[in-house]
Design a binder for this molecule. Structure first.
Ligand code: MN
Length: 258
């Protein structure tokens, strides 16, 4: 099929580029904190099974242990109570076609530099669409905030006396994207797809509530969004096929015009 041969040739020639939107995953990966009344998710731990030694003279492998929602990761609809009854709502049952879509990248880095609690409003989306065209059905909408440049985990999680402070989506924006634009989901650079203060919103965590309540997905802890054009890239975000999985760490890849 010439289309696929052309794709490989374009990747080889640099006409198209792969951009890795994933953070490294390891014991230093920051994990979201929840109020102590709730159960928390562990960070990454790894132990060596063998390392070319008496436990396995010719092979190296590790055991890994972590929560499903660790590092660069995928949120399936079943992650939220509002999405629990959708068919095909888990990591192992989502049709793979739904892991691939065009990227719409909304750059609000300047706004977030002024206000770390910045929320994307429908007006921001409409202004973006005036310049770049309507967000197509089945798109990944990626919020470029510059947050991934916070390599210090303390600054990345940005927890203060009154909780975490980081940007996100206003409820009305999540509703517009999920219901009207019928996106695949949203992706963010922060530790989760809701704003840091979203536990205090009505409803709490409105982006999770709305996206998953409409069968949509989330991608958290992305990076390199500044390397993507506003439109024209294709994102592939396929979680591990965890049986009944609510989410999974994953490698998020973008194919970008060179
Ligand atoms: Mn998550």
């Amino acid at each position: 099929m010439p289309l696929l041969a052309d794709l490989v040739a374009a990747l080889d020639s640099g006409t198209l580029r792969m951009v890795d939107l994933s953070q490294p995953l390891g014991p230093d990966t920051p994990v979201i904190g929840l109020p102590p009344i709730f159960a928390s998710s562990p960070g990454v731990s790894m132990e060596v099974i063998s390392h070319y030694d008496e436990k396995g003279p010719a092979w190296y492998w590790n055991t890994i242990h972590m929560g499903e929602h660790t590092g660069t990761h995928f949120d399936a609809p079943v992650h939220w109570v509002t999405g629990k009854d959708f068919p095909d709502n888990r990591c192992d049952t989502i049709p793979p076609r739904r892991f691939v879509g065009p990227a719409c990248v909304i750059d609000v880095t300047a706004d977030v530099a002024k206000n770390e609690d910045f929320l994307l409003m429908p007006e921001h989306l409409e202004a973006w669409e005036q310049r770049h065209g309507k967000i197509p059905r089945g798109a990944w909408v990626l919020l470029c905030t510059g947050w991934s440049t916070r390599t210090d985990p303390v600054k990345f999680l940005n927890v203060k006396e009154d909780g975490a402070h980081s940007p996100g989506f206003h409820k009305s924006t999540s509703e517009l994207l999920a219901k009207d634009r019928d996106v695949l989901g949203v992706g963010v650079e922060t530790v989760g797809t809701d704003a840091g203060q979203a536990g205090t919103f009505d409803p709490p965590f409105p982006n999770h509530t709305t996206m998953h309540g409409n069968g949509k997905f989330g991608l958290a802890s992305l990076c390199n969004l500044d390397q993507l054009p506003p439109t024209g890239a294709v994102v592939i975000a396929a979680p591990l096929k965890i049986v009944n999985g609510s989410g999974s760490p994953l490698r998020v890849l973008a194919i970008v015009p060179g």
